[in-house]
Design a protein. Structure first.
Length: 339
């Protein structure tokens, strides 16, 4: 009898999946254990509420008693996190089995409840690792989506109360590409960025948004004897449409918009099936003039999006300044007299 390698591969897959389930189960049980410990600490704090410094004394005392026997998992800092964990999630059923303790250690640092719920929903929906969740928090995903979308719309999508129907609901502006390792001071060509994106495709898909799958690079189009090449082609299973990405390492021009519009038209006429939605085009550019973009496109445009890319994550001060600028811009637009 000849045994095929598929038997071994299948057995290894079963073993790996069982190990993964066991690790997740153990981690969830540890998280629940911390929740119960946090609850007990909270109850004890209520007994000593007449003492202003009782909480600090209590966590220090518990750490001194437990750390020598149970290790650094019960240091004073860790005990304070456990106490904060219960205060942030006082309902046991709200502790999700899909998320581990390291996820929750990051989540409890988020004070805004809406913002925290958004990251919880997105982490579960996209099966983010703790590293991926950390990056999305540090890259200010919540704030970036709020800048270009209504708050309730962002929350509704995160809570699965609404299905995405507009590309602007998932495409971020700006897009942060610090994982490409390109230096902002250096000059480089579009092909360099394209290659860097392919090399770091998983991270790029995560930054691009939900539901994206890679289709092609330098897709060749033949149009009446002329050849054209599309930088990157993706498919979004949530929007059920093709997504074309054109890279521009210089300031965006109206000619760039026209070129992308041609590619989008081609896909709509020759590639798209009847059951699929219109093709989306994304111009990933170093710089753009929003007025030029707006005037170059139809007023009811929902398929062409220009998004600036950044090669480094913003500081908190930069983000606050950007949000203030957006708020002031919207207030100005509201105050403009109608004709």
């Amino acid at each position: 009898m000849i045994l095929t390698q598929s038997v071994i591969a299948d057995i290894k897959d079963i073993i790996d999946k069982a190990k993964d389930r066991a690790i997740r189960l153990v981690d969830h049980q540890r998280t629940i254990m911390y929740w119960h410990i946090g609850k007990r600490i909270f109850e004890e704090e209520q007994e000593g509420k007449d003492r202003a410094d009782y909480g600090n004394y209590l966590t220090k005392f518990i750490a001194e008693q437990l750390e020598p026997e149970y290790g650094s998992g019960f240091s004073k800092r860790q005990v304070e996190l456990i106490r904060q964990f219960y205060r942030t999630f006082p309902i046991a059923n709200a502790v999700r089995s899909q998320l581990g303790w390291t996820h929750y250690k990051m989540l409890i640092r988020i004070e805004n409840q809406d913002k925290r719920e958004f990251y919880i929903a997105e982490a579960i929906k996209n099966t983010w690792t703790t590293r991926q969740l950390e990056r999305q928090i540090h890259s200010n995903l919540w704030e970036r989506l709020l800048i270009s979308n209504e708050k309730e719309s962002v929350l509704a999508i995160a809570r699965n109360e609404k299905h995405m129907s507009d590309a602007k609901e998932i495409i971020k502006d700006p897009i942060y590409l610090e994982f490409l390792g390109l230096h902002r001071e250096a000059s480089y060509y579009e092909k360099d960025m394209e290659q860097a994106i392919i090399t770091h495709l998983h991270d790029f898909l995560l930054e691009l948004g939900n539901g994206f799958a890679f289709i092609a690079r330098q897709k060749r189009l033949h149009i009446e004897g002329d050849e054209f090449f599309i930088d990157l082609v993706f498919y979004n299973r949530l929007l059920r449409c093709f997504v074309i990405v054109e890279i521009k390492t210089t300031k965006l021009t109206h000619q760039d918009i026209g070129q992308l519009q041609m590619y989008v038209n081609y896909y709509d006429r020759y590639e798209k099936k009847d059951f699929e939605n219109p093709t989306i085009g994304i111009l990933l550019c170093a710089e753009k003039n929003n007025a030029v973009v707006k005037i170059s496109l139809p007023e009811n445009n929902k398929t062409i999006i220009a998004s600036e890319y950044k090669l480094y994550l913003p500081t908190e001060q930069q983000l606050i300044a950007e949000m203030k600028k957006e708020i002031e811009k919207h207030e100005y637009e509201i105050e403009l007299p109608t004709t």
